[in-house]
Design a protein. Structure first.
Length: 249
């Protein structure tokens, strides 16, 4: 499954949000440092899982790709975290058969709902895997940013297709099955039984800045600050390429 990756400022904003959610799950008694049981649904090669495990948490990565899970095992071994990360092959909607109900403190679901056949079923399965009061980190692609990016690239037919279609795909060859906005993502999470506690934006500006500028040493700090401020700006939320929802079971 897709993960947010690439430009440093973007990755930092998302990671900061994930760390805050993990600290919330650990609670005051743990000082934000208590070991948690974390499930990374669609975690692929473990880019996020390894970072979470490095904080002292136990992570189960669920992914349908055996190749991705093999890469995950190599990555965790290289990081010296093999004892903290476990891989399970399977799809999002199979979670009830793969993991015990109520076994996770935190569930990460990043870049999953855009590609599964039934996003509602995937979220219901995620909820059952979480303990009562457990937290969900949900990252979804947002369609307004796709429309804007296609317009700026001069791909006007694709922009119109993404704007007009019910699933907001830019063409029939779009690798994503669907995109969301704040209302639709929140509604989907709430229908599955979650309470959404925060919505943040990521990649608000990073995809619009030329790669050379986004990676230039003198501009990385400025772009990181722009992304961090935009992440919680209600006025700029609609421009974000991805939405990061924090939700509680």
């Amino acid at each position: 499954m897709a993960k947010e990756r690439g430009r440093p400022a973007t990755s930092t904003v998302l990671w900061d949000g994930v760390r805050r959610l993990l600290a919330d799950a650990a609670g005051p008694a743990g000082g934000g440092g208590a070991a948690l049981s974390v499930v990374d649904l669609g975690g692929g090669t473990g880019g996020l899982a390894v970072r979470v495990a490095a904080l002292g948490h136990d992570v189960v990565v669920v992914d349908p790709s055996p190749d991705a899970l093999a890469a995950l095992e190599r990555r965790t071994a290289e990081a010296g975290l093999a004892g903290r990360v476990r891989s399970v092959q399977g799809d999002a909607t199979e979670l009830a058969d793969l993991l015990p109900a109520g076994s996770a403190d935190v569930l990460l679901c990043h870049g999953v709902l855009e590609v599964v056949d039934d996003p509602a079923a995937a979220l219901r399965a995620a909820r059952e895997t979480l303990r009562p009061g457990g937290l969900l980190s949900l990252l979804v692609a947002q369609w307004p940013a796709t429309v804007l990016a296609r317009v700026l690239a001069g791909q006007l037919p694709q922009a119109l297709h993404a704007l007009s279609g019910p699933e907001h795909r830019w063409s029939g060859t779009d690798p994503l099955h669907r995109r969301f906005d704040r209302a639709s993502a929140t509604q989907l999470a709430e229908a599955a039984g979650f309470t959404v506690t925060a919505v943040e934006g990521t990649r608000t500006f990073s995809d619009l800045v030329p790669a050379a500028r986004a990676e230039a040493e003198q501009d990385v700090a400025l772009l990181r600050e722009l992304e961090a401020r935009a992440a919680r700006s209600p006025e700029l939320l609609a421009l974000a390429a991805h939405l990061h929802l924090h939700a509680r079971r």
